[in-house]
Design a protein around this ligand. Structure first.
Ligand code: SF4
Length: 421
């Protein structure tokens, strides 16, 4: 497939506006500015673009809610807070193709009649901050941002807001709280941000990759875009692949490429000729799959039917040597650390999961620990403000579902070592 989101990034100056324009950049913006806002929203709906942050919500539908709200001003917020372990797919866009994101944001601003945009950038990407600031300055100088964009009367201003390194600020309402200068904790929904978001005004929060798809939709048209990838989830997709593959990295492939193809065709198979043991397909919060379940198209709908989730498309590959009890423990440690503490099932329950997993991992597991883990996970699931609690519970449930034997054998070994029959 011809690269679009990663087009031109091998050029060492790909972040420069002139190089971006030479490669065809900002043509889609000129085309979009000549379109009626409603026509852009229709195109996005027709193209079938679904949010690339993990939830997969139809972008055009989200936009139409905000567009229909008469309150002003409206805001476009780019969620560049990718903090899920294994996820680094947005980074090449932020660092090497920032004008693609800026172009997408101005297009969305025009479509929504929003005059202001923010890029909420994760604190751990300090290099991207300077690159984005430089690209934004260039875009202002060339008239792609400002009060009268390309002489069309369209007004859109854009700034970067740097987060402080909290994973929870990737959740859109926590992100908005943080952007308002408050502690980054999720809000109760409804009201949804499309009606009451930043400063209680209509706000569309879209992921970096989602916004970076907009110039392509405008450039080739909704019908051609809908032909890329799978029927249910069209378009190109960035997959970030890490772990025991020969060629880890970020791959732009049609949405719906199978896990097997990603691992064996594009990433060159398992390192050192070892056997594949398991794959986490979409970032640490998505259910793990054993090696014999990788023949599934990686898109939002197919992965759900397959018992996991596409998530952010962050494929984590584990070979036969990996201790998955330890992986599960480390994952839950992460969730405990990142829990914002707002709701009890997550604040207390995830810590409890971590404590039990820790004792199993260090050889002090007890009979009944697996049942206890499942009981706690069941009581967290569906009882929390935001998906972090569900994510943590789902990790434990899926690891035990597919690899229960590993947990049992660690506990049994403990008993033997302690001299219990
Ligand atoms: S689930 Fe966890 S992270 Fe989410 S609001 Fe509750 S305490 Fe905070």
């Amino acid at each position: 497939m011809e690269k679009y989101l990663l087009r031109n990034i091998d050029n060492p100056n790909s972040a420069d506006l002139n190089e971006y324009a030479k490669a065809g950049g900002y043509k889609a913006l000129a085309k979009a500015l000549a379109m009626e806002p409603a026509a852009i929203i229709d195109s996005v709906k027709k193209a079938g673009l679904r949010g690339r942050g993990g939830a997969g919500f139809p972008t055009g539908m989200k936009w139409s809610f905000a567009a229909a709200d008469p309150k002003k001003p409206k805001y476009v917020v780019c969620n560049a807070d990718e903090g899920e372990p294994g996820t680094f797919k947005d980074r090449p866009i932020l660092e090497k193709n920032p004008h693609l994101l800026i172009e997408g944001m101005v297009i969305s601003g025009h479509a929504l009649d929003a005059e202001y945009g923010y890029i909420y950038l994760r604190g751990e990407y300090p290099g991207a901050k300077d690159i984005l600031d430089g690209a934004i300055r260039q875009a202002y100088d060339k008239g792609y941002l400002g009060d009268d964009i390309l002489g069309t009367g369209t007004r859109f201003h854009l700034a970067v807001h740097q987060g402080a390194g909290a994973y929870i600020c990737g959740e859109e309402t926590a992100l908005i709280e943080s952007l308002e200068g408050k502690r980054g904790q999720p809000r109760i929904k409804p009201p949804f941000p499309v009606n009451e978001g930043f400063l209680a005004k209509p706000t569309v929060v879209n992921n970096v990759e989602t916004l970076a798809n907009l110039p392509l939709i405008i450039e080739i048209g909704a019908d051609a875009y809908a032909q890329i990838g799978s029927v249910d989830c069209p378009g190109p997709k960035l997959y970030s692949v890490s772990g025991h593959v020969n060629k880890p990295g970020v791959y732009e492939l049609p949405m719906g490429t199978t896990l097997r193809d990603i691992i064996y065709t594009h990433c060159g198979g398992i390192r050192g000729g070892k056997k594949l043991k398991a794959v986490i397909p979409g970032g640490i919060s998505t259910p793990i799959l054993p090696a014999d379940q990788i023949d599934c198209p990686m898109d939002f709908s197919a992965m759900l039917k397959h018992g996991s989730m596409l998530g952010s498309g962050a494929v984590m590959v584990f070979d036969e040597t990996v201790d998955l009890v330890k992986v599960c423990y480390r994952a839950i440690k992460f969730f405990e650390h990142e829990s914002c503490g707002k709701c009890t099932p997550c604040r207390e329950g995830v810590g409890w999961l971590r404590s039990i997993l820790g004792r199993i991992d260090r050889g002090a597991g007890r009979e009944g620990d697996i049942e206890l883990l499942l009981e706690i996970a069941k009581n967290i699931f569906g009882r929390t403000f935001c998906p972090l609690g569900d994510g943590a519970a789902g990790v434990v449930q899926s690891f035990i579902k597919h690899f229960r034997g590993e947990f049992e054998s660690k506990i049994t070994t403990t008993k033997r070592t302690a001299g219990v029959a």
